[in-house]
Design a protein around this ligand. Structure first.
Ligand code: B12
Ligand code: SF4
Length: 530
C-alpha cells in the first residue's frame, strides 16, 4: 500500500530559534516500511500546501497520516485532511501524535467525515495493524483507534525502543533542520517518557508515567548512522539514569562518533549526576535546556516541579563549571503585572545564561486542564502554543503582550550585545561558507515574530474550529482514566497504578518537602519497570 505521512507547519516559536526533524512520524514511517508498505514523508515545516497537493497527484497514496503533536496545529491539520479528501476521495485519512491522542473525539467531530480515524498513543506498533485492516471490520479492534463509531481498545505501547530507527532517509531538504547555531541539526531519542508528574505537562500522562530506554548499542548505532554534525537529543529529561548516559557514551567512543549535542534536562538531575554531563561535555555536549520554570519557591510549588531555587542555582553553577551553554525556561503567569515582569528581567540580566519565557497554558491531558480555576479566554487552538495568553491576564491583554515582548527583547539583546553580535557574525560567516543559512535568517526574524500587535491581533482572528472546553473546574484531581493515553502499568509490589513502589506517584502532588525522595523512588522504580 502507498502511504504518505505529513507533518504540519511550524509554530511561532520555531520560526526563529529552530526547525527540527519530525522524529515521531519518522519512527512510525519506519514501522510502515518494515511492514512492506511504500512510504513517503512530507514535512510542511519546510514544504508548502501546494507541495502536498502535488504529492497526492504524483504518489497517489492509498492512505495519508497526519502527525499532530501540537495543539496549535489542529485547525491546519483538519483543513489539510479536508483538502486531501477533496483531492482523493478514496484515500484513507488518519491522524496520530501527542495532542491528537488527547482530543481524538473532538478531531473526528471537526473533521466531519474527512478524518477517518485517530490513532491514539505510540504509532509504531499499531501502524501495520491499521494499514492491514483498512476497509475491514477488524478496524474497530485496533488498539487506540477512534472513529465516528466510537473508541477501540486502549492504545498499545511499543515493546522495544530499539525496534525501529527513524526513517531519516525519507526526509527531504534535511539541511533545513537546525537549532540556533547547530545548523544543520538532526534529532535522536535515547529514552521515552518521564517519571515526574508536573501539573502543567502532558509528557507523563501520554506515556502513563512510564520511562523506557533504548539499549546503549542501538542508541549508538542510530547516532552513528546520522550524517549531520549536530544532534538534538529529544528525551524529556536527559540522563535520569546516569549509567545509561555513560553506557551510550562508551558505545559512541567505540564507534568513534564525534558530534555536537543539545539536550534538555532537569536542574535536580544535573545536580545529582554532574559526572555524566561533564563526560558528555567531553563527547561534544554544547547546549542544555533547563526548565527552571520559576525563580521563587512559591512558583515551583505551584507547578509541582519538585525542585527548589537552591537546586536551580546549584544546577546553573554546575553547568558553568563544566562549560555547557544553558538556555533557561521560565513560565510567565497571566497574572504577572509590570512589577513582576521587571523582577524577572532583572533576574534574567543577572545570570549569564539565555533565558526564555513561555506563557502558562493549560493543555488537554494535563492536570491543570481540569483544575485551573480561571476560565479560558479563548477556544482557538492556534493560541495554545505557550506564546499566547489563553487565561485572563491581570494587565489588559495588549499591555501584557507589551511587557512580554519588552522582556523577550531585553533577554534577546543581552545575547546580541556587542560581544554577542561579534560571535554571531563569526558563526554566521562559518555557516555561510558551508551553505547553511538557517541561523542567519533567524537573526533577522526576531522583531517580526515577537511583535505586540501580531500577538494581540492573533486573538481577533475568526475561529473556524472551537476547542471543547474542560468540564467544570474542580479542586479535586481528575481521575487517572481522564488523563492517561497509555494506561500506567499496575505496580507489581502493591497492585496500584503508577511507577512508585509505595504508591506515591498518585499522591506525590501533595509533596513539597521530601518530594525528592518520592521522585527518586519513582525514578528508580521506572528503571526496574523499563
Ligand atoms: C523534542 C520536543 C520538541 C522539539 C522538536 C519537536 C519536533 N521536531 O517535532 C522542539 C524543541 C522543536 C519542540 C518545540 C515545541 N514544543 Co515540544 N516537545 C518535544 C518533546 C520533549 C518530545 C517530542 C519527541 O520528539 N518525542 C519522541 C517521538 C518519537 O515521539 P512523538 O513525536 O510523540 O511521536 C510518537 C507519537 O506521538 C506517535 N505519533 C507521532 N506522529 C504520528 C503520526 C501518526 C500518523 C501516528 C499514527 C502516530 C504518530 O507515534 C510516535 C512514535 O511512538 C515533547 C514531549 C513529549 N515527550 O512528547 C514536547 C511537546 C510535544 N512540545 C510541546 C510544546 C508546547 C512545544 C512548543 C510549542 C514550545 C514553545 N516553546 O513554543 C514548540 C513548538 C514546535 C513546533 N512544532 O513548531 C508540548 C506539546 C503541548 C501540546 N499539547 O501542544 C509537549 C508535549 C511538551 C510538554 N511539556 O507539554 N518540541
Ligand atoms: S519533568 Fe515535568 S515538565 Fe519535564 S517532562 Fe517530566 S513531567 Fe514534564
Amino acid at each position: 500500500m502507498r502511504v504518505l505521512f505529513v507533518h504540519p507547519s511550524p509554530l511561532m516559536y520555531s520560526e526563529i530559534y529552530l526547525r527540527l526533524e519530525p522524529l515521531g512520524v519518522e519512527r512510525v514511517a519506519a514501522a510502515a516500511v518494515a511492514a512492506g508498505h511504500q512510504v513517503r514523508l512530507l514535512d510542511l515545516q519546510i514544504f508548502k500546501q501546494p507541495d502536498l497537493i502535488r504529492e497526492l497527484e504524483e504518489f497517489r497514496p492509498h492512505a495519508v497520516g497526519f502527525s499532530l503533536n501540537y495543539l496549535a496545529n489542529v485547525p491546519e491539520v483538519i483543513n489539510l485532511a479536508k483538502a486531501v479528501k477533496a483531492a482523493r476521495r478514496d484515500c484513507y485519512v488518519f491522524v496520530g501524535g501527542h495532542s491528537g491522542s488527547f482530543i481524538a473525539d473532538e478531531l473526528i467531530e471537526h473533521g466531519a467525515g474527512a478524518i477517518d480515524c485517530v490513532l491514539r498513543g505510540e504509532g509504531e506498533a499499531v501502524i501495520p495493524l491499521l494499514l492491514d485492516a483498512l476497509g475491514d471490520s477488524k478496524l474497530s479492534s485496533i488498539p487506540g483507534i477512534v472513529t465516528a463509531n466510537g473508541r477501540g481498545p486502549v492504545p498499545m505501547m511499543l515493546d522495544d525502543l530499539d525496534r525501529f530507527f527513524p526513517a531519516r532517509y525519507l526526509g527531504r531538504r534535511r539541511h533545513k533542520y537546525f537549532i540556533g547555531v547547530l545548523d544543520p541539526c538532526a534529532s535522536i531519542e535515547f529514552t521515552r517518557g518521564c517519571p515526574w508528574d508536573c501539573s502543567f505537562c502532558s509528557a507523563w500522562t501520554f506515556y502513563g508515567r512510564s520511562y523506557r530506554k533504548s539499549t546503549p548499542e542501538a542508541a549508538a548505532d542510530d547516532m552513528a548512522s546520522i550524517k549531520e554534525r549536530n544532534v538534538f537529543i529529544v528525551d524529556d529529561v536527559a540522563f535520569i539514569h546516569p549509567e545509561h548516559g555513560f553506557a551510550i557514551g562508551h558505545e559512541l567512543e567505540k564507534r568513534k562518533v564525534k558530534k555536537n549535542y543539545y539536550l534538555e534536562t532537569r536542574a535536580d538531575v544535573l545536580c545529582r549526576s554532574k559526572e555524566v554531563f561533564a563526560y558528555w561535555r567531553r563527547l561534544g555536549l554544547e547546549y542544555m535546556f533547563l526548565g527552571l520554570e520559576a525563580i521563587d519557591e512559591e512558583g515551583l510549588k505551584a507547578h509541582r516541579k519538585r525542585s527548589s531555587t537552591s537546586i536551580n542555582t546549584k544546577a546553573l553553577e554546575i553547568a558553568r563549571e563544566i562549560g555547557v551553554c544553558v538556555a533557561i525556561n521560565l513560565i510567565a503567569e497571566p497574572d504577572w503585572d509590570e512589577r513582576r515582569f521587571a523582577i524577572v528581567r532583572e533576574w534574567a540580566l543577572s545570570v549569564p545564561e539565555v533565558v526564555h519565557l513561555t506563557v502558562a497554558t493549560p493543555y488537554p491531558g494535563t492536570e491543570t486542564w481540569f483544575t485551573e480555576s480561571r476560565r479560558l479566554t479563548t477556544l482557538d487552538y492556534r493560541l495554545f502554543d505557550i506564546q499566547h495568553a489563553v487565561l485572563p491576564t491581570r494587565l489588559p491583554l495588549q499591555r501584557f503582550y507589551e511587557e512580554l515582548v519588552t522582556t523577550q527583547n531585553v533577554l534577546n539583546r543581552k545575547h546580541l550585545g556587542f560581544q554577542g553580535l561579534k560571535d554571531a557574525a563569526s558563526f554566521a560567516a562559518k555557516l555561510l561558507m558551508r551553505g547553511q543559512t538557517n541561523f542567519i535568517k533567524m537573526l533577522f526574524k526576531f522583531s517580526q515574530v515577537y511583535n505586540v500587535n501580531r500577538q494581540y491581533d492573533d486573538h481577533l482572528r475568526e475561529v473556524q474550529y472551537a476547542m471543547r472546553p474542560p468540564r467544570a473546574y474542580s479542586t479535586s484531581k481528575p481521575n487517572a482514566a481522564e488523563l492517561y493515553v497509555h494506561p500506567p502499568k499496575v505496580n507489581r509490589a502493591n497492585g496500584r497504578a503508577g511507577v512508585a513502589p509505595n504508591g506515591s506517584s498518585s499522591t506525590a502532588g501533595d509533596a513539597g518537602n521530601g518530594a525528592a525522595g518520592v521522585v527518586t523512588q519513582a525514578v528508580e522504580s521506572a528503571h526496574d519497570d523499563a
